[in-house]
Every structure is written in C-alpha cells, then in structure tokens.
Design a protein around this ligand. Structure first.
Ligand SMILES: CC(C)(COP(=O)(O)OP(=O)(O)OC[C@H]1O[C@@H](n2cnc3c(N)ncnc32)[C@H](O)[C@@H]1OP(=O)(O)O)[C@@H](O)C(=O)NCCC(=O)NCCS
Length: 186
C-alpha cells in the first residue's frame, strides 16, 4: 500500500528499524505485555512488515498496522491499519441477522499516550477511510472496541461512524462497533 499524507502526518509501512518503537507502542497504548512478551511482540511486528510487501505481491487487501509519523519531526506517534474482522456482526441491529460469524474490514488505531488529544488518530484514520473508499472501493468499514473505551469511541464518532452495541453478553470481547458506509450519491 502506498504512503498516505495528511496535513500533519505521514502514514507509511513499518520497516524493520521500527521494531523497538512498535513494541513500546503496544505496551504504552494497551498495557505492558498485553500483546505478550518481547519475543511475541517481535513476531507480530515482523508479520506486519512482511504483510505490507507480501499482500501487495499477492494482490490481497493491504491488511496490517502502519506507522503514523509526524511530518514535522519524523517521530512515530502511533499506528493505524486495516484489520480483518471475523465476528458475529449479525447480532448487531443493522446487520442481516445470523448466528454465524461474518467478515468485515476493520480499522485499528493506537497512539503513544503523550500524543493523545491532538487529533492524530482521527486524522490518520480519516486518510485510511478515504483510501478504503476511493482506492479499495470498499462498501463499508468498521471499528470495534470495548464499551468503556471512550477515547476509541471518540475517534469513531469523529470519523462519522454509526455506533452499535452487541445487545448480547456473548462473546464478551464483541462490544461496541463503529460502522461507516460509503453510500452512493442519491
Ligand atoms: C484510541 C486513541 C487512539 C484515541 O486517541 P485520541 O487522542 O483521543 O484521539 P484523536 O487523535 O482523534 O484526538 C482527539 C482529541 O484531540 C483533541 N485535539 C486537540 N488538537 C486537535 C486538532 N488539532 N485536531 C483535532 N483534534 C484535536 C480533540 O479535541 C480530542 O480531544 P477530546 O477527546 O479530549 O475532546 C488513544 O486513546 C489510544 O491510543 N488508546 C489506546 C489504544 C486503543 O485503545 N486503541 C483502540 C483499539 S480498539
């Protein structure tokens, strides 16, 4: 996937030199070792780097985390990316009812806490949404989070996503979903 640019940000593929920054980001944004010990975070990171080139060669959608870089300084402030979501979307009010899991293209975002409250996540995610609708010709994009993740829900709202909650207790990890449709002009 090509590099995207916004007013303040560059959104680019991770390179192997970013390994330590990526591990620090996962720990800082989600809690120490919530993505596993260092060797597991390294596997996840190397997968992200390989995915960027590999999926392009396979003509597959550009899933994977990408670096959010400040244009002004070159500093990596976070990550944003497309993620394959295989979840019970049919439990949500606006989806065709089914007890089966279905697949949607999701958006992931995370910033170093010192870079929260500057609008970087929404700015980066908006560029990814634009790419998804205009280049990938995606009909719909989603984002998922826990009901109490107000900051992530805030990004969903600022992107213009419709918010829906899983009305059932199960699965416990399937909670708030933001949905954005690229509707044809009337
Ligand atoms: C979720 C997360 C990325 C949101 O970060 P964020 O900084 O709150 O979101 P944004 O980048 O959209 O910033 C919006 C905030 O910046 C403020 N802001 C300041 N300057 C701004 C500017 N120039 N432009 C836009 N917004 C600006 C907005 O007012 C808003 O603040 P508020 O929510 O206090 O009203 C961040 O909290 C995070 O990394 N969390 C941990 C990882 C995580 O949970 N990821 C989701 C996985 S499900």
């Amino acid at each position: 996937m090509r590099t995207l640019e916004t007013d303040r940000l560059i959104i680019r593929a991770f390179t192997l030199q970013d390994a330590d920054t990526y591990a620090r980001l996962l720990d800082a944004a989600f809690g120490a070792d919530s993505y596993g010990p260092p060797e597991e975070k390294r596997v996840v990171f190397e997968y992200q780097v390989a995915a960027d080139a590999g999926l392009a060669l396979l003509h597959q959608p550009p899933y994977g985390d990408r670096a959010i870089v400040l244009r002004s300084s070159g500093e990596i402030v976070g990550s944003v990316g497309f993620a394959p979501c295989l979840m019970p979307f049919g439990q949500l009010p606006s989806f065709e009812p089914t007890t089966k899991f279905t697949s949607e293209v999701g958006l992931f975002w995370a910033l170093f806490p010192e870079h929260w409250r500057k609008g970087y996540a929404t700015e980066a995610a908006a560029a990814m949404v634009s790419y998804a609708f205009n280049q990938l010709r995606l009909r719909r994009i989603v984002a998922t989070t826990e009901n109490d993740n107000a900051r992530s829900v805030g990004v969903m709202r600022r992107l213009g996503m419709r918010l829906e909650r899983n009305p059932l207790a199960e699965p416990a990890w399937f909670q708030t979903v933001g949905i954005l449709d690229d509707l044809p002009l009337a």
